[in-house]
Design a protein around this ligand. Structure first.
Ligand code: MG
Length: 294
């Protein structure tokens, strides 16, 4: 099932994409226009939502007729993120001179976890304001994001994948200068509007076991990043377990799993994003997330 948050007729709604590729408003079924509520109550409403996907959808609207927002435009708390989680990217970042973190060096021994504030989230086609990085060091990071569906800590022997609700894409947009200036990454990566998310949230059953899917990033149509989910240094169960054995996980939590090699920083000289650039993060199972730098 593919889920969306969108604006239609000046109102924010949540919907499912039906078999014909159109959007069915499910805000009434969920009794909310907040995707966090849908996720939290999914088991109670799953059958009703499935019927919407399969139905003729006389109230369906074309995707082109709405403005898509991030699937979860306001997460309940910061997005969890993972640093240096693909080998080739760990190397390019470790060698760049920009890694001032305590985990400086190439391949980390354990997952590096940081976060992006919920206020950094923006949607598909939203503009990224280049003036928010006065150092002109805006970089892209295409990432698969895992959305969790269950509350709790992970007990010994519990399957971390039982916490997965679904998947979406994020672009972990970064001010490299700020990232270097502060040894914690929050400031360089937490800027307002620096976390495009979307275009849809795909439920775990439809996405399938994570592994063979391919994530890509194009800048102005030029392929910059491409990797398979199976290339992650720390796989998705390991990431969920790392966070969830110490922190109570919540329905709607998002974990951005890390980015492959090919970021702007990795070029000599660096190829940072400039005004007018268009960045697209894509994965066949989820779609395309495009944002323009203004
Ligand atoms: Mg990242």
């Amino acid at each position: 099932m593919k889920l969306v948050t969108y604006v239609y007729s000046d109102s924010k709604r949540i919907g499912v994409i039906n078999h014909a590729g159109n959007i069915i408003d499910v805000s009434d079924i969920v009794n909310s226009n907040d995707m966090n509520v849908l996720i939290e109550h999914f088991s109670e409403i799953e059958n009703s939502l499935k019927l919407c996907c399969e139905g003729a959808g006389k109230n369906a609207v074309a995707i082109d007729a709405v403005r898509l927002l991030a699937p979860i435009p306001a997460t309940r708390r910061n997005i969890f993120c993972v640093g240096k989680n693909y080998y080739a990217h760990a190397e390019e970042f470790g060698n760049s001179g920009y890694d001032s973190s305590a985990a400086a060096g190439n391949v980390p021994a354990n997952p590096i976890i940081f976060s992006k504030p919920t206020t950094s989230i923006c949607g598909p086609d939203d503009a990224i304001d280049s003036t928010r990085d006065p150092y002109n060091t805006i970089d892209y990071e295409a990432e698969l994001a895992v959305v969790l569906g269950k509350k709790g800590r992970i007990a010994q022997g519990e399957d971390p994948m039982s916490f997965v609700f679904g998947y979406t894409l994020v672009n972990d947009v970064t001010s490299r200068h700020l990232q270097k200036l502060h040894s914690q990454w929050l400031l360089g990566k937490g800027i307002d509007g620096f976390c495009p998310m979307g275009p849809v949230l795909v439920t775990a059953d439809e996405f399938g076991p994570p592994g063979s899917q391919t994530i890509s990033c194009h800048v102005n149509g030029e392929l910059r990043q491409q990797a398979s989910v199976s290339d992650l240094i720390f796989d998705i169960p390991r990431l969920i377990k790392t966070i969830g054995q110490n922190i109570t996980l919540l329905p709607g939590d998002v974990i951005a799993t890390g980015t492959p090699a090919g970021v702007g920083l990795g070029f000599t000289p660096p190829r940072y994003l400039v005004r007018g650039d268009s960045v697209t993060v894509s994965m066949n199972e989820i779609g395309q997330l495009t944002n323009t730098i203004i």
